[in-house]
Write a protein that binds this ligand. Structure first.
Ligand code: ATP
Ligand code: MG
Length: 176
């Protein structure tokens, strides 16, 4: 398979980490959690309980964009987790990274809530899930580099579905 650089996006609890790890193993890609790329000042701010502003997210998204660029330069595949809820965040990640694709994990509220309630060692209040849904700017067809994948099936099916869409998408882009 050709190199892929993919952002796994979606609200909290959609399975970005779980599916991302499985997908990276399936295609032999690096797995990178965007949360690990925050600048120090953001980590300190979050640790003190303050929410991040968009101005804080700018340098963070730039770092994720630089990692995507670096992987591309080395012809390596990478799966990066970043919720990318706002279109402006996605646009920033796209800058200078034309081969970037997004896999958007989508599911209904009740399914995600149920999985989050079962998630071990990572409690998340329901209000936070609501705020995630409120913050999501759902991509429409104008964002043609985003492939939506339903999270209802088991992880193996989600990975197969994502790979089928990615292969189809790259085939479509080969010039005639
Ligand atoms: N397809 C699936 N079927 C059943 N359970 C799943 C599936 N995908 C993920 N899960 C479970 O749902 C919970 C949430 O998944 P995960 O932690 O990967 O989500 P996340 O998007 O990374 O969340 P966060 O944004 O909070 O880090 C976990 O307990 C995980 O094991
Ligand atoms: Mg996660």
């Amino acid at each position: 398979m050709a190199e892929h650089c993919i952002i796994l996006m979606g609200v909290s609890g959609t399975g970005k980490t779980t599916v991302g790890l499985a997908l990276s193993q399936a295609i032999g890609a690096k797995f990178i959690d965007g949360d690990d790329l925050h600048p120090r000042q953001n980590i300190v701010k979050m640790a003190s309980g303050q929410p991040l502003e968009d101005s804080d997210r700018l340098p963070w998204l730039d770092r994720i964009g630089d990692v995507i660029f670096s992987l591309g330069q080395k012809n390596e595949s990478g799966i990066l987790v970043c919720s990318a809820l706002k279109k402006r965040y996605r646009d920033q990640l796209r800058q200078g990274n034309p081969a970037l694709r997004f896999v958007w994990l989508t599911g209904d509220y009740d399914c995600i809530l149920q999985r989050m309630q079962q998630r071990k060692g990572h409690f998340m209040p329901e209000a936070l899930l609501r705020s995630q849904f409120a913050a999501l700017e759902a991509p429409d067809e104008s964002e043609s580099d985003i492939l939506a994948v339903d999270i209802a099936p088991d992880v193996a099916h989600i990975v197969d579905h994502a790979l089928a869409l990615l292969n189809h998408h790259s085939l479509q882009r080969i010039p005639a």
